[in-house]
Each structure stands twice: as C-alpha cells, then as structure tokens.
Design a protein around this ligand. Structure first.
Ligand SMILES: [Zn+2]
Ligand SMILES: [Zn+2]
Length: 151
C-alpha cells in the first residue's frame, strides 16, 4: 500500500495522482531497474555507474517530481546512486535494496538528474510543504491525501 496524494486544479480540471514509496513487487522492480540501467535506458551516468561499480545500488523508490520551468508533474524512480560503506559486512548478499537499507548501509555518491519530458527542464523532488501550480493553467493546485492500493 502506498500513500496517495491527489493534486487537482479547480480551474481547468487537471489532476495528478502521486503514487510514491515501495510496493510489494519491489524486489522484481528493483532488478528490472538495474537491468535497464545497465542497458543505458536511464542515461549514460547510471550505465557508467553500474558498469564501474558491480556493488553499486540504485534507490528504486518512486518519488514525485515537479519541473522547475513548466510545473509539469510526474512520478519516477529516485535513482540516486549508492555504494556500500566499507565497514559494513554482508550488504552485498542482497539481490535488492530497500531505500531504508541504502540509507543505513550505503553512501550516496550521486543524485540522478530527472529531466522534464515536456520541456527538458530540471525536475525536483516535490516538497510537500510547498504549494504546486497547475502545469496547464498556472492556478494553485488543491491537494488531498488518500490511502491508495496501487499494486
Ligand atoms: Zn489548471
Ligand atoms: Zn518542464
């Protein structure tokens, strides 16, 4: 179960449902992410990182992102790049890592830069304390929080 947050525009009817976190399909999702990352589907930086670091891990938690330039909203994997801390044993035996495991046993080495699909602008993680504007018409978006079954 994920925590869902629904943003909607009372002016034009735009709606964005945020579905973040980690679902129960996470282990297989994680492996798909690593495979696709190795193939270069998420760009050169991640491809190179995984090639150079066989023990490298990615944060495959879903987050919501907002474009700095056009206010476009989307959900994507976080994809921060992590390496295991040297003094911790046994971390390499896992075939996948939950975001909490990364925070505990790994060191973040790089952030993944998300690009806006619409305008190519830089996307930032949505800060829930900040109000969002509608990507269509620029009005303030209203928000409601719901518990959503999303996988
Ligand atoms: Zn709108
Ligand atoms: Zn944009």
């Amino acid at each position: 179960m994920g925590a869902g947050r629904i943003y909607n525009c009372s002016n034009c009817g735009y709606e964005f449902t945020e579905m973040t976190g980690v679902g129960y399909m996470f282990p297989s999702e994680y492996n798909t992410c690593i495979e696709n990352g190795r193939k270069g589907e998420y760009g050169e930086e991640i491809k190179k990182f995984l090639e150079e670091h066989p023990d490298g891990a990615l944060n495959c938690e879903k987050i919501s992102l907002v474009c700095e330039d056009c206010n476009e909203l989307m959900t994507d994997y976080d994809f921060s790049m992590y390496l295991p801390k040297k003094n911790i044993r046994g971390v390499s035996s896992n075939s996948y890592y939950m975001p909490e495991e990364l925070k505990a046993g790994f060191e973040k080495v790089a952030d993944y830069e998300h690009k806006c699909e619409k305008c190519g602008g830089k996307m930032l993680r949505v800060n829930h304390r900040r109000k969002l504007n509608c990507p269509n018409c620029g009005e303030r978006l209203g928000e409601s929080v719901q518990k959503i079954l999303w996988d």
